[in-house]
Design a binder for this molecule. Sequence first.
Ligand code: GLY
Length: 331
Amino acid sequence: MAVVNIIQSDTLADISQALKKYPSVFVVSDRKVRDFITEPLLEYCAEAGTALRAVMYIRTSERRKSLRTVQKIQRWLVECGADRDALVLAVGGGITTDLAGYAACTYKRGVRYANVPTTLLAQVDAAIGGKTGCNIGGYKNMSGVIKQPEFTFICPDLVRSLSWDVFSAGYAELLKTFIIGDAKLYREAVEDAEFAKLGMFIRKAAQIKAGIVEKDQFEGGERRKLNLGHSFAHAIEYKSGHSLFHRGISHGHAVAMGLVMAAELSEKEGLAPKGFAAMLREDLQKTGLPVDCPWTAQELAGIIQTDKKAENGRVNYVLMEDIGKVVIKKL
Ligand code: GLY
């Protein structure tokens, strides 16, 4: 049986079909999508007779991605009388799906959850593959578990109204996925970054990610490739959160910068040909992504050592030999 269950649909109303078999559904939604996604979704569910029990709206930010918020969600579940047959439905971006998923996975030693990702980043990455968790003291995703959602409902239409900042952050993860899994799609997504193709790009990226997770759910090998650019990105996010001058570089934008730094390291290690990093930088710039990291690789090194992907003080870097050819190297 497949580990990853992705439901793709052009209509949000189809969510009610997916929810029919669950006797007791608790929605945890980002407040930001309340009016234009969650309320219509609740109406569709009510019309279809879905067993919706309660709705909780949360505020999201990296600072609020904390154990405190997880606890708040769990206290709400207790107060609503949620029991072992509950399904927690997360509606929002990656922070919401990570938090609600973690709360569900540890509530009463684990109840089911499902995701309705509403950002591009969550549709192609965060809401697929079962990673859930929260930050600890500014360090990203230090507490968490991997448990697959019942399903991830992907409706590409939902991301069309995102601000440029939020949209482009997701585009960085989409390009990352194509760098790992499909050189032809990468080129197409760089040269033809247009809305008409977006639905197809999202579908393909979601399939590539699902395929990798199917092979290696718990990140023993193949799945590590999905961390391409992320060792640098997490350090950039940490630095930006603690800097007066570069406050709040988003995860996706940090990934774009991290991809360029990973390409530079790949060249330095003799894996990628000369000029590879410059080419990647130019490609990402073409799609409007930020590529210039305010810190050097040396300045990020200490933080990278604390990343949860480090083992015995050495870091598993995901490096590139070429587009479509990614390798893991311990340095
Ligand atoms: N975001 C990387 C992964 O899901 O493995």
